[in-house]
Design a protein around this ligand. Structure first.
Ligand SMILES: [Zn+2]
Length: 401
């Protein structure tokens, strides 16, 4: 297979963070700093609402691997690399391999659930503290855990497939049934793996022992698998009515007698509805994410090293707007010094927070403390928290389908 020229950003270990404020080394100190972060009015008459930016670290407690954490995919599996968009679109063999691995990984992803970190975000929203969530995660946990807070899925979502020609969206769950029908031997292998508990175990060593590893993209590594026999269906719409290519010529879309996509088809390829490496984020998603930053007064970054440029530039945008930034992440964050370089060393969290605590430990306790303080009035009454976190939802009208 052709080796892509693109480099996966920041798979090396990032430098350890400087904890801000210095008192936030302990859990209690981190909680106090975040309390100050939410309680103080943002500077320069910025709005009182907070926008949250999340990454794979938030889903680790749901049993999914992250990319760059201590047990992250890039660290544990040195040869791992995600599929590239051009490879997927241009190469039938690459698609077979992708869908075979995705077929095996899907049931684990389907069973995984949002964790206490996601539900704490829901609760922060109900307290009126959060206006929107921007996530890099494709696991759909945010919209599931807090349907009333707008979730902007920067890199798409695995719950759908999308036709690369006509852009029709289909259910990934239904697609799974088609894959099982077209690949009975793989379906048997999957059933066996499920029955043995190899895909169920939460223990990474156990998974490794059984030769399986579920990656954050919802796929599974299976060394030496005969990927080339795997079959996948075409877009039903393009198969029935092949789209026009140019000047009246129609695309060719063919399927075998069982309904599997066949060469020389030139269209009707279904893709997971996620933004792959080398693929651009759709303009309306990018704009909505920028609007979410621009409509908020603070940025809370959870479980991400911001290694992906699309996420990093949103944090940079928040910084340029003078928004206080709090980062909760295990391990370093790309260029984080820039976010905190001009912060008053005597501030106690109201302008900047950097802590290294796992989100599922920190966030539920933060919620219960903030609840108590709101009830006792120790969060300032003159801080007009937005009454309804959905106020800004028109920004996300394209995203909430
Ligand atoms: Zn189509």
């Amino acid at each position: 297979m052709r080796k892509p020229l693109m480099r996966i950003p920041y798979t090396d270990i990032l430098p350890s963070p400087t904890i801000i404020p210095a008192s936030a080394h302990s859990l209690q100190g981190a909680l106090a700093a975040l309390h100050n972060f939410f309680a103080a009015p943002p500077p320069n008459q910025l709005p009182h609402s907070t926008v949250v930016l999340t990454g794979a670290g938030l889903s680790v407690a749901s049993g999914l691997a992250d990319y760059r954490g201590p047990n992250g995919t890039y660290r544990v599996n040195k040869t791992y690399r995600p599929i590239y968009y051009n490879e997927f679109v241009q190469n039938h063999e690459a698609r077979k391999r992708y869908w075979a691995r995705s077929f095996l990984g899907w049931s684990s992803l389907l069973k995984a659930k949002p964790n206490s970190g996601h539900y704490a975000i829901r609760d922060l929203g109900e307290l009126g503290l959060i206006s929107a969530v921007i996530t890099q995660n494709v696991d759909s946990f945010h919209p599931r855990a807090h349907p009333r807070i707008p979730s902007l899925e920067l890199h798409g979502y695995l719950r759908s497939t999308k036709c690369t020609t006509c852009h029709t969206e289909y259910s990934r769950e239904e697609f799974q049934h088609h894959l099982a029908r077209l690949n009975p031997r793989w379906a048997a292998l999957l059933e066996e793996a499920l029955a043995s508990g190899a895909l169920d175990t939460e223990d990474p060593d156990e998974k490794k022992f059984r030769g399986l590893k579920v990656n954050p993209d919802g796929d599974v590594d299976l060394p030496d698998a005969p990927y080339t026999t795997f079959r996948y269906p075409p877009c039903p719409r393009c198969l029935t009515d092949p789209p026009i290519k140019t000047e009246g010529y129609r695309h060719t879309v063919r399927a075998d007698s069982d309904g599997a996509w066949l060469l020389p088809s030139s269209a009707g390829v279904l893709k997971p509805n996620v933004v792959m490496f080398g693929e651009n984020i759709p303009t309306h998603v990018r704009t909505a994410a920028e609007d979410a930053i621009d409509n908020a007064g603070r940025l809370l970054v959870l479980g991400t090293s911001l290694a992906t440029y699309s996420a990093w530039r949103l944090a940079k945008r928040a910084k340029e707007r003078g928004m206080p930034i709090a980062i909760v992440n295990m391990g370093g964050v790309r260029g984080e010094d820039q976010f905190f370089i001009d912060v008053d060393p005597n501030q106690a969290g109201e302008l900047a927070v950097r802590v290294e605590v796992s989100t599922d430990d920190l966030l539920p306790t933060l919620v219960s403390q903030l609840r108590q303080r709101l009830a006792s009035g120790s969060l300032p009454n003159d801080a007009p928290f937005p009454n309804d976190p959905r106020e800004n939802s028109s920004v996300f009208k394209d995203m909430l389908s």
